[in-house]
Design a protein around this ligand. Sequence first.
Ligand code: G6P
Length: 372
Amino acid sequence: SAAEKGGYDYFMLKEIVEQPRAIADTLLGRLSADGELTLDEMRLSPSELRSVEKIVIIACGTSYHAGLIAKYAIEHWCRIPCEVEVASEFRYRDPILDQQTLVIAISQSGESMDTLMAVRHAREQRAKVLAICNVNGSTIPREADGVLYTYAGPEVGVAATKTFLTQLAACYLVGLYLAQVRGLKFGDEIEAVIAQLATMPEQIERVLDTVEPVRELARSLADVDTVLFLGRHVGYPVAMEGALKLKELAYMHAEAFAAGELKHGPIALIEEGLPVVVVVPSPQGRSVLHDKIVSNIQEVRARGARTVVIAEEGDEAVRPYSDVLIEIPAVPTLLQPIVATVPMQVFACELALAKGNDVDQPRNLAKSVTVE
Ligand code: G6P
C-alpha cells in the first residue's frame, strides 16, 4: 500500500532516502565519541581475532561489492591479507583455509544458498566464520561462529540499496575493531576515519539533497543501450555496483572497468556519445591516483564519450572534462564508497522508471536466491 511505501511510489525510493537512518542505526552503540569500538556482541573473542592470519570474504551480488571495498580498508588498517570471492566459486576451487582463517560471509538476507554453502565448507575446514547480515536469526548467522548485524530495517526492493551502505559501515567497523583488538597503534588517519564514520548519515543526507540533476540526466539517457563505469581503488567496486544496479533495474548493458585497465582493451569500446560514468578519488592525499583518473577521463572524452563524473566538491581539475559533474562531499578515501554509491542508485532507479520498469520487482530476479 501507499502507506507502507511512506508516500513513495516504490519501496526502492523510500529505501534510498532511509540510508542516513540505516547507517546511524548500524553504528549506534558500537562507535563511541572517543573512538573506542564495542563489538562484543559479535561472539568472536578478542583472542580469537588476534590469532587471525588471513581473511576471506564471501558474498553474492551487491554484498560481494561490499566485500571488495572491505578488502581495501581491512588490509590497509590491519595488515592482514584479505581475499574476496563470489560465494558460488569459493568452495569449488578447494580454497586454503585453517583455524587461523577468518571467513566473513556478507549476506543481507542470510539465506543466499551460494553463501550458505560456502559458509558450511569454510566451517568444515575449521575456519572461523563471521556473518554480516541484516535479518535477525536467519540461516547464515545461525550457522556462523559470530555475527554482526546491520540495522537497515526490512528491505523490500529486490535491488539492494540501504543494506549495501550498512554492510559497508559494518565492514569498516570490523576492520577498525580488528585493528583495535590487535593493538595496532591508531594513527591520525584512523582517528579521522572513526570521526568521519560517525558523520556519514549527514553526508548522505547532503548527497540526497543534491541529486535532482542526476534524475534529469537519467531521464535523458533512457534510450541508450550501453553505459560504462570506471573507477580506481575503492571507486572500482563502486563502479561495479553502479553497473549492477543499471543491469538489474534498467535491463541495460552496463559494465565497470578499473580505469587503469582502459588502455588494455576497454578503450576500444568508446564511441561517439557513449555515456561513461567515472568515480573520481579525492584529490587530497592520493593525488597520484586522482591525476591518473583525470587523464582517463580526458582519454575517453577525446574519443567521443559523454562523461558523467562523480567527484569531490571543489575538485576543479575534472570540471573541464565533465559533460555532467556530480559533486559529493569530501570524506576520507576509504569511506568515499558510502557517498559515491548514492548518486548511482538514484541514477539507475530513475532511468528504470523512465523506461517504465517496476524497480521493486525487476524481471527475472529474486530478493534472495535460495537455490545454488
Ligand atoms: C540477490 C539479490 C541481490 C543481492 C544478492 C545477494 O541476487 O537480487 O540484490 O545482492 O541476492 O543477497 P544476500 O541476501 O546474500 O546479500
